[in-house]
Design a protein around this ligand. Structure first.
Ligand code: NAD
Length: 467
């Protein structure tokens, strides 16, 4: 007879949910995870962060072999593409990681139910099992960690063959001739980069003033230059108005400040953001009403207002990032177990895995201005850095923003090789409320890309050494 009494039931087995379950189990709570996908790991591991990074890495190798290896004196006669192998490699990585999470559930003695969970009442969760039938769980506490889904535009419903969400864009069987992307945000630029490197013409239509509208203006300028040089084309301040289909051909129509732009293509990726997934959870039965955008309002302790019911990750406010959800999962589980859980929201890094990569933490220069803050800014390029030269990757810079009076770091922005890894140093600096001087005085191994961070920190006080 399967267990039906739990201290904690987590609905949703993505990075927020499964991590919450592990932490709860570590703290002695009898825990169950309910997940309907058939695999743990959520969007991130199955159809998001992980498969996209696999394809980004593979397509980067392809592009390096074609364009950059000759600069190193490495001559490759003919560079070919076996997309099938590339896709199978991606699928194998996903399988390995999602099975790994399943193993972690077993190791931590967490009950994993494959099915769709919904509330019957505050202490009862019904699971419609994937294999058929139902199971009812009694629980003291529940965490809603059901994540998000791609926003669909009514004039271009997803068919995942011609009109793609990020999921379809990760599983194409052939390189498109021309891929149009609606939305120049993170997914648009990452998936656009994959297919552009593999040979597709890529055109991005962005409604806002620029691509990556939330980023620092210096970052945006560099990214437009670099991605533009790689062949990506951008239409900014352009509103997608119509999609015409004729057999295998698509025509995307956009309004760009009164001018009509018509683009013929064979694939369309719609990446205009994601929406909290809170449908069919029986929330009305427990008295939770999601907001208009589907999100669940929570208090400072992830409480939904209904005793014993909590929510974390993409279904609540804040950036839709796997690492934000994970931290919330840990904090929420700790609070349920009577411990002081905490997430430091000012120290959450944000990464775009284009090449060069973009990574940021804290506020940007425009936000500092809008908030009327007095700041000092230090900026240093990768161009004079020895390791960057050895890599053959000298594009980009590090830009640090520090409070003028206290020198405390308020923002850090990196465009450059391995920015995703470099930002970890600054995340720790933020966690410790470091000043620019603290970073400037820290010894950085030579030669490393991280020396550019040290030089940018020195530049805050106008004393960088290698400029
Ligand atoms: P996003 O919010 O990053 O970008 C969406 C873009 O679409 C915005 O620039 C917006 O101005 C534009 N847009 C919206 N409506 C439009 C329209 N009708 N026409 C043209 N442009 C329009 O969203 P996303 O790229 O879809 O990603 C979804 C979520 O997933 C984000 O929250 C993102 O943080 C997360 N994500 C993160 C990573 C990462 O951390 N590397 C990778 C992929 C996705």
């Amino acid at each position: 007879m399967a267990e039906t009494q739990f201290d904690l039931v987590v609905i949703g087995g993505g990075p927020g949910g499964y991590v919450a379950a592990i932490r709860a189990a570590q703290l002695g709570l009898k825990t169950a995870v309910v997940e309907s996908r058939g695999a743990l790991g959520g969007t991130c591991l199955n159809v998001g962060c992980i498969p996209s990074k696999a394809l980004l890495q593979s397509s980067e190798h392809f592009s390096h072999a074609k364009h950059k290896l000759k600069d190193h004196g490495v001559l490759v006669d003919k560079v070919g593409l076996n997309l099938d192998v590339m896709m199978k490699r991606k699928d194998a990585i996903v399988k390995k990681l999602t099975s790994g999470v399943e193993f972690l559930m077993k190791k931590n003695k967490i009950t994993y139910l494959k099915g769709f969970g919904s509330f019957l009442d505050r202490n009862t969760v019904k699971v419609a099992l994937n294999e058929g039938g139902e199971q009812t769980l009694q629980t003291k506490s529940t965490i809603i960690a059901t994540g998000s889904e791609a926003i669909e535009i009514p004039i271009a419903p997803f068919d995942e063959k011609q009109v793609l969400s990020s999921t379809g864009a990760l599983a194409l069987e052939a390189v498109p001739d021309h891929l149009v992307v609606i939305g120049g945000g993170v997914i648009g630029l990452e998936m656009g980069s994959v297919w552009a490197r593999l040979g597709a013409k890529v055109t991005v239509i962005e409604a806002a003033d620029s691509i990556l509208p939330m980023m620092d203006k210096d970052v945006i300028r560099t990214m437009k230059k670099v991605l533009g040089a790689e062949g990506m084309e951008f239409h900014e301040k352009a509103r997608f108005t119509e999609l015409k289909k004729s057999g295998k051909k698509l025509t995307v129509v956009a309004d760009k400040g009164g001018e009509t732009v018509s683009i013929n293509c064979d694939r369309l990726l719609v990446a205009v953001g994601r929406r909290a997934f809170t449908k069919n959870l029986g929330l009305e039965k427990v008295g939770i009403t999601p907001e208009k955008n589907g999100k669940i309002k929570t208090d400072g302790h992830y409480g939904t207002g209904v005793p014993g019911i909590y929510a974390i990750g993409d279904v609540i406010d804040g950036p839709m990032l796997a690492h934000k959800a994970e931290e919330e999962g840990v904090a929420c589980a700790e609070m349920i177990a009577g411990k002081p859980g905490h997430v430091n929201y000012v120290a959450i890094p944000n990464v775009v895995y284009t090449w060069p990569e973009v990574a940021a933490i804290g506020i940007n220069e425009q936000e500092a201005q809008a908030q009327g803050l007095e700041v000092n800014i230090g900026k240093f390029p990768f161009a004079p850095n020895g390791r960057a030269m050895a890599f053959g990757e000298t594009e980009g810079f590090v830009k640090l923003i520090a409070d003028k009076k206290t020198d405390r770091l308020l923002g850090a922005h990196i465009v450059g090789p391995m920015a995703s890894e470099l930002i970890a140093e600054l995340a720790i600096a933020f966690e410790y409320s470091a000043s620019a001087e603290d970073v400037a005085r820290s010894v950085h191994a030579h030669p490393t890309l991280a020396e550019v961070i040290k030089e940018a920190a020195l530049a805050v006080d106008k004393r960088s050494l290698h400029s």
